[in-house]
Write a protein that binds this ligand. Structure first.
Ligand code: FES
Length: 137
C-alpha cells in the first residue's frame, strides 16, 4: 500500500505512522511520498526499491537515460538526509559518478541507491535536472 502527500500546498496529507514506513521527500519540489518498506511495486528500472524506483512509483520525473543500468549519470541525486538508510555505494556506481556534474560528497545514482531500512530520507534532484520534474498521474 502506498500513500503520498504534498508539503506546502494544503493538499491532502495522510500520515500512516508505522515502524516499517519509508518517507522520501524530493527537493526542490518538496514532494513527500510514503510507502511500506519492502512492499513497493517494482517499476523495472534500476534496482528494486531504489530512489529511481520510488520516483517512478509516485510520478516524480527523475531522468534515467540508460534505464537504470548504471551506465549514465542522468539519475544523479544528492541524499541530504537518511544516508544511514541506504545501500553502500558499489565500485561501478562510484566510477560512473566520477563523470557526473555537480558532484558532492552526498551524490548518488538514483537507480543504484537502494533503501535498506524504513525511515525518512530527503533527496535533492540537481538544478540541471529540475526542469524535468513533473507529476505524472
Ligand atoms: S539511470 Fe543511468 S545510471 Fe541511473
Amino acid at each position: 500500500m502506498s500513500e503520498e502527500k504534498t508539503h506546502g500546498s494544503g493538499a491532502a496529507t495522510v500520515d500512516v505512522p508505522s515502524e516499517n514506513t519509508v518517507e522520501v521527500t524530493f527537493l526542490p519540489e518538496g514532494k513527500t511520498v510514503t510507502f511500506e518498506h519492502g512492499k513497493l511495486p517494482y517499476k523495472y528500472h534500476g534496482k528494486e526499491e531504489s530512489l529511481l524506483d520510488v520516483a517512478l512509483n509516485f510520478g516524480i520525473r527523475l531522468d534515467h537515460a540508460c534505464g537504470g543500468n548504471c551506465a549514465c549519470t542522468t539519475c544523479h541525486v544528492w541524499v541530504k538526509e537518511g544516508a544511514d538508510l541506504i545501500s553502500e555505494m558499489e565500485d561501478d556506481e562510484a566510477d560512473k559518478l566520477d563523470m557526473a556534474a555537480d558532484l558532492k560528497l552526498n551524490s548518488r545514482l538514483g537507480c543504484q541507491t537502494v533503501i535498506k531500512k524504513p525511515g525518512k530520507l530527503v533527496v535533492e534532484i540537481p538544478a540541471w535536472n529540475r526542469n524535468y520534474i513533473s507529476e505524472e498521474h
